[in-house]
Ligand binder design. Sequence first.
Ligand code: PR8
Length: 482
Amino acid sequence: MNMQPKTLLQKENNFSVWYNEILKRAEILDVRYPVKGVYVWYPYGYKLRNLIYAILRSLMDKEHEETLFPLLIPKEELMKEREHIKGFEEEVFWVTKGGSTELDIPLALRPTSETAIYPVFKVWIRSHRDLPLRIYQIVNTFRYETRHTRPLIRLREITSFKEAHTAHANRADAEEQVKKAVALYKSFFDELAIPYVITRRPEWDKFPGAEYSIAFDTLMPDGKAMQIATIHLLGESFARTFDIKYEDKDGSLKYVNQTCYGISERCVAAVIAVHGDDHGLILPPGVAPIQVVIVPIVYSSGGKNGEVEKVCFAMYETLKKAGIRVFFDNSGDRPGAKYYRWEMKGVPLRIEIGPRDMRSNSCEFVRRDDGSRTQVPLVDVVSAVKRTLNEIQSCIAKRAKETFFANIYKSEEEPSTKAAHGIVSIFLCKSERCGREAEERFGISVLGEAIYEDEDARGRKNEGTCMICSRKAKRVYVARAY
Ligand code: PR8
């Protein structure tokens, strides 16, 4: 068989090169657009993105309403919330001209939409009956990132920013919403088979304007943590700034209590990076644009091969009717070239049919996740495909989880060596001085205190002394981070 040259991709040894090659070879993202930190989705990548976001949408739609706010924010609104603008000042892109005319009021491209949405909340929210208000949008946002930009990971145009904004009658309701958002994001990442730790970010690293921030972090193959979602309790700070009040049952006027939470296309980056291998992508069946590819084992068209193609086509029709995302590769390429292509693109299941299989009324299943082959009778194909896709989904999830938890350590001393490849929990007090000192000394970032019990934290001693100042301290997660 005339196979393609063996791939030179090495995920474990050189993740950065692997990642960039995969984006290109699997046709996820074209990085040749001539603006720094701004990229183009290939159609295949965009399909993957849409399937991932369809899961997110269906989870959000249960309790939120989707909406769409403008991209442009007047300067005075953006500048209103002191803490908020302090955090974003250096990241804002400005529109200052219309043609050759200077604008009276400069307009910001939203870096996030609090200051676009909350002036409207002020007019939408009148009474306790308007609460809770829960909306979300999926939009592009712009951040002038000065750190090294990376496709899907650190963008100047975030193309797929899912931001939710909620308003509640009191703090207890807002805190309840934070918990619900955490549960929602857990379901989302579980469906993508992406493992995570959930932490409460340290005071000095919270979202600008928030009372506290909670983050989900996953681990990339190079051992660095990547923040894949955040949830912020805003309390009354924005409500006071934007004067968002409601009339309570007793007639009194009260400020609303708010939360916001967001996810970007980093979730796509995580799917690619966590599951892929040296042959390319491995996509969870739930989000694979093509779940099954049918490859006829024929070496020229016509003659007896016509029979094979007929059977393949019939199978294609049957699977399609059964709701499977299936593709019949009847291109003129040799089978080896087809294997290479669909493995690169991460198609979970390949079905091969050749003259020999025809004689036994069967076909061969080849799994992308472990390469295993099984002979399946043609009459059982639909149920066997469904069962196999489910198995692949759980195997991928199990493997990702095992790798993840094998790289979470606890350390009583210096975290530097362990944090070279993973997330380490150490004792650190809450002070910014000690946090920064640890970050500098060990070359890590403080992720924060694990707030929700996870498998790793269970049963672990949680009180100790700060490794910098020796005062009383709790365990916090640290890691090298994206
Ligand atoms: C908020 N306001 O904005 P957040 N490129 C790709 N992904 C990014 C980038 C970037 N440059 N910057 C952040 N993210 C709140 C919540 C509305 C919604 C991703 O929060 O600034 C990160 O995964 O924390 C981050 O956790 C998420 O967007 C939300 O951004």
